[in-house]
Design a protein around this ligand. Sequence first.
Ligand code: SF4
Length: 343
Amino acid sequence: MLEINNLTIGYATAGGVVKAVNEVNFSVKPGQIVGLVGESGCGKSTALFSIMGLIKSPGKIVGGEIIYNGQNLANNTAEQWRNIRGKEIAMIFQDPMTTLNPAYKVGNQIREVLQTHRVIEPKKKGWLQRFNLKQQEKERVLTLMREVGISAPEQRYESYPHEFSGGMQQRILIAMGLACNPSLLLADEPTTALDVTIQAQILDLLKRINKEHGTSMIIVTHDLGMAAEFCHEVAVMYAGQIVERGPTDLIIENPKHPYTQGLLKSIPHITNTRQKIEPIPGTVIDLTKLGNECAFMARCPHAGAACHKHISMTQINEEHQVRCALYERGSEASGLQQAAGHL
Ligand code: SF4
C-alpha cells in the first residue's frame, strides 16, 4: 500500500543542503504497523511528515518516491494533498494540547473533518436536508467518540479541549484521525506527552483500531521497547538513514547493528534489578558535518578502517537488513568479525 523508495529530504542552509532524511526505503502493507525508531534528530518525524506533504520550506523532497496505492505523492499538487490528507492518510500528533484548537468545542472539531471531506453528502440541498445532515454528522461524531473510549459523549461533545485530561485529548485526536476511516494512520510519538498508564491505554486503543478496521499504521517513537510491544516491523533510523530494518521479533531478539544493540542495552528491565544500564556514549552527529563514512562511527565500539566509506544496506536474510560494514560480504571488517565469531 505504501512504498518509500530512496526518499531524500534536504534543508537548504548557508553551508549547503543538509539531508535530514537520506535515501530511506521502507514499505507498509495493508493492516501492518511499522515503527520508525531512533533518537531525536534522526529524521524519523521528517520522514513521517513527508508522507502527509507537511515538509515546510526550507526543507523539500530532493529525491526518491512516496508511492501510495500506485501514486507518487512526492509529485502531488496542493489540491491533491488536500484530498488525501485526513481522508485516506490521517495523522496523530505528539502533543494534543497544542494540536486541538482551544477555542472550539471538541465535537465541532471532529465534525469539521467530516465536513472538509464531505464524508456525509445530502442528496438534496434544501433546509431540511441541511438540518438532517447536521444530525447525521453529529451522530457520526458521537459514534467516533464512543469508539475511542470517551464516556458520556453527548455531554462531552459540547466541551472544550481544556476540560479534558491529556489522555482524553489524545483520544479526541484519534477520533479526528478516524473520522474519514483512513487506510493509513501516522502517529508521531503519540504517547510521549502522557503518563505511563495512559500511554498503555492509548496503545491498546490503537491496537484495537488496527485489528478491527485493518488500518495500517506508521508510528514514530524513540522508545524501542514500546515499538517491540506494538509494531509488526521496525526500521531503526540514525542520522537520517535506516540502519536496520526487519520484523520486530528478529530485531529485538537478534539485533545486528551496533546502534540497535546499544538502544536495547539502554532499556531498563523492571524484573532485572541487577541489570547495568549501558547508555550509548556521545550524541547524534551534527548532520552538517556528515561525510561519506558511517555516521555512527564516533560512537561505535566496533568502528574500524572499513567504516570510512559509504555503507550500503546488507540483506541478512529475506526480511532483515542492516547498514554496517561488519555485515558487508567480503569486507575486511566482515572477515575480522567472522574470525571473532560475531556473525
Ligand atoms: S559501519 Fe563501522 S562504525 Fe558503522 S556501525 Fe558498523 S562497525 Fe560501527
